[in-house]
Ligand binder design. Structure first.
Ligand SMILES: [Zn+2]
Length: 451
């Protein structure tokens, strides 16, 4: 072949190679932009987009918000690369999270639109790259929900319960009562029209709530705006009873051994085993109870006062701080969050009010235990039963039979351990057994019209 022939081939190869590069660099796949279809934000919001470009790599992202009077850039980024070889990074989709502070951006309450523009390193569009443009409707809600508390002066006691009637002018994601750091959820007011926005909440003052804990109605709307409203609540302090309990040897030898067996607690030291049952097993059982009561009925199932076990003698009261002794030495402590009621052995145990059985099984220190959901976050618990005649899902009427009393679980003798829970907090049963208290502290707020 002549020199010219070789030159011709070399030229052809160069041209072909150039054409191939040009073909690759001229790719037509626009960047991928994944994110929400629409957006609602409150006084502070955020939005995330997954953006990438596998063809020639990401070159630029621009995010802006447009409202009546103009457009504001909220995010801007360029990515290194060049037109010869494309983006430096491989262009795998990456998450970009953008904070939106409407006040700082000068945005107003109302409708707006958010635009995401992404470009790549392609030679298309006169070397400015393929472009993806996504416009998303954005609602800016800077108004807090309006809460109107209908209830008047309310008295509550440490360890006790209270209730409040209120109305909210918009849909909420969360509303109820804050007692210090504890939240008690609100429900549609029984019997009220949903459109009225009338709500009702029961709340508890935990025995360990800080002194002077703030009690207020709280509401959060869909945009995350939070409003609180106080009303007149007087918290009555009370002294919690103390009790010293001596553990008999036979209790350690039988009860503690049996419970330790069931819970896989070592038995070489029965006093240590008792302390583990009384602390670790108790905590595990309480955690389980909180799970069981996590999804209350939204309907009010109870009616009027709760009933106490017939012909029973109170042997231990609510929130008693117990110290346990063996041979004059303190070996453990716990707070007793219920009432111990003694009657004859194997006495019939009845539902203290109407509701639905949500638990009927063995529950560690509580032995055979029945839990009833009374609606609106109110529950009652019956422990140490010798037998149970109800199962989960059963509807029970007030005084309907649940089983027979016994001494299963951590019980020294035949008795009923009775407790009332409000949103996972134990409350003083005495209040709920008292028809006058139920009338003046609960029923009155159920029928209060919103001003
Ligand atoms: Zn008890």
């Amino acid at each position: 072949m002549t020199g010219r022939g070789w030159l011709g081939i070399a030229l052809a190869v160069l041209l072909l190679g150039g054409a191939a590069i040009a073909w690759v660099r001229f790719e037509g796949d626009a960047p991928s932009v994944e994110g929400p279809e629409s957006l609602l934000i409150g006084s502070l919001g955020s939005v995330a987009f997954d953006i990438g470009d596998l063809g020639s790599g990401l070159r630029e992202i621009l995010i802006s918000i447009r409202q009546a009077d103009g457009e504001t850039v909220v995010f801007e980024r360029s990515f290194p690369g060049d037109l010869r070889s494309g983006g430096d990074a491989p262009g795998i989709p990456e998450r970009f999270e953008i904070e939106i502070d409407p006040e700082a951006l000068g945005l107003a309450h109302g409708d707006a639109s958010l635009t995401v523009t992404a470009r790549d390193w392609s030679w298309r569009n006169s070397f400015s790259g393929n472009e993806t443009r996504r416009e998303i409707p954005l609602t800016i809600d800077l108004k807090k929900p309006r809460i109107q508390v209908a209830s008047g002066l309310t008295y509550v006691s440490r360890g006790g319960a209270g209730s409040v009637s209120y109305a909210i002018n918009e849909e909420t994601t969360r509303d109820g009562v804050m007692v210090g750091e504890n939240f008690y959820r609100g429900f549609p007011a029984p019997g009220a029209d949903t459109a009225s926005g009338r709500r009702f909440a029961l709340f508890a003052v935990p025995t360990d709530a800080p002194k002077g804990a703030r009690i207020a109605v709280v509401a959060e709307d869909r945009a995350g705006n939070v409003a609180t409203a106080s009303w007149s609540v007087v918290l009555k302090e009370r002294v919690l009873p103390d009790a010293n309990i001596t553990l008999p040897d036979r209790f350690l030898e039988t009860k503690v051994r049996n419970l330790a067996d069931a819970a896989n607690i070592p038995q070489d030291d029965l006093i240590g085993a008792f302390d583990q049952i009384n602390t670790a097993l108790r905590a595990a059982n309480e955690a389980k109870i909180r799970q069981i009561v996590a999804n209350p009925s939204e309907a009010k199932l109870w009616d009027g006062a709760f009933t106490q076990l017939r012909n029973s003698k109170v042997t231990s009261k609510f929130a008693e701080r117990r110290s346990y002794f063996v041979g004059g030495k303190k070996v453990s402590e716990a707070t007793h969050f219920g009432y111990d009621l003694a009657s004859t052995a194997g006495a019939p145990i009845e539902a203290s009010n109407a509701g639905v059985v949500i638990f009927a099984d063995d529950l560690g220190i509580y032995g055979n235990c029945v839990i009833i959901d009374h609606g609106l976050d109110l529950f009652s618990l019956y422990a140490h039963l010798s037998s149970m005649s109800v199962s989960v899902g059963d509807r029970v009427e007030k005084n309907g039979e649940l089983g027979l009393s016994g001494a299963t679980g951590l019980a020294g003798g035949d008795h009923l351990h009775f407790a009332i829970l409000l949103g996972g907090t134990y409350v003083e049963p005495l209040e709920w057994w008292d028809p006058l208290w139920v009338k003046t502290h609960v029923d009155v707020h159920l029928s209060t019209p919103t001003r």
